[in-house]
Design a protein around this ligand. Structure first.
Ligand code: ADP
Ligand code: MG
Length: 253
């Protein structure tokens, strides 16, 4: 795992759905130990860009490279093995299972292919290892006291953090988060931001998609702005805040 340099490179990535160009020759990178935010109005192409990076969708043109190696055509489980883990735009926890069970199950499903079959054949030692790893990540994100509560009983902000714990079980170098702050209260957003800073300071990189510009201004090292599938700006929060093209895109002028 590199301590400096480029982890992820998106190079003129393009995705068309019929006549709609959802992602239009977009290029940017993510380096070690930084938080990069991908922002833009609804429909700008943020989630589609994530899906290109994580192997959920294949690019129409262009490429995605991890540590300098093209991953075009690689399926999601291969991307995870290369050290890139993600959460989804909508919470995907099982509400009737405990926090610990949710994290352990998610970790297991991510870690192997043919997961369901192998899960049924887990022996006691494997199960204990999985639960120990899950518990470690739950402590790491600060939810140790909620470990044995049902996931559905937690606040939305806590549920988002459980999803992050689940992604952390594969020990990623880069964590991808799709709209992690959506629907959260102010206090919950602050807790989430401080967790993400803690992970970055521990050596991880984060790429997050956000609709909410305010949330990323105090958090991101660098911001990439999409509008109608095209990258219209990239820079520090201070650059982006005063960029006339960005202001125009957000005001819809
Ligand atoms: P964002 O996440 O920035 O809100 P998306 O990446 O979800 O934007 O969508 C970008 C554009 O691509 C939108 O116009 C959307 O309607 C279109 N789009 C996204 N996914 C699909 C799909 N599976 N089929 C057809 N069009 C899609
Ligand atoms: Mg989206």
């Amino acid at each position: 795992r590199p301590d400096t340099g480029v982890l992820l490179q998106v190079d003129k990535a393009r995705k068309q759905f019929g006549g709609v160009v959802a992602v239009n020759d977009v290029s940017f990178n993510v380096q070690a130990r930084e938080i990069v935010a991908l922002i833009g109005p609804n429909g700008a192409g943020k989630s589609t860009t994530f899906n290109l990076i994580t192997g959920v969708l294949a690019a129409t043109a262009g490429k995605v490279a991890v540590l300098g190696k093209s991953v075009s055509g690689a399926p999601p489980q291969e991307i995870v093995k290369l050290g890139i883990a993600r959460t989804f735009q909508h919470v995907k926890l099982v509400p009737d299972m405990t926090v610990l069970e949710n994290v352990a199950l998610g970790a297991h499903l991510r870690g192997r292919s043919g997961a369901i079959a192998s899960m049924l054949r887990l022996d006691r030692a494997d199960e204990a290892k999985l639960l120990a790893e899950a518990a470690k990540q739950i402590e790491r994100v600060g939810l140790g006291d909620q470990m044995n509560q049902l996931a559905g009983s937690l606040s939305l902000g806590q549920q988002r953090i459980v999803e992050i714990a689940r992604a952390l079980c594969v020990d990623p170098m880069l964590l991808l988060l799709d709209e992690p702050a959506a629907g959260l209260r102010h206090m919950e957003k602050q807790q989430l931001a401080s967790l993400l800073r803690q992970l970055r300071d521990g050596g991880m990189s984060v790429l997050l998609v956000e609709h909410d510009m305010g949330f990323v201004m105090n958090l991101a090292n660098r911001i990439v702005v999409l509008d109608f599938g095209t990258k219209i700006a990239e820079g520090t929060p201070a650059d982006i805040k005063t960029n006339p093209d960005v202001i125009k895109a957000y005001l819809g002028a």
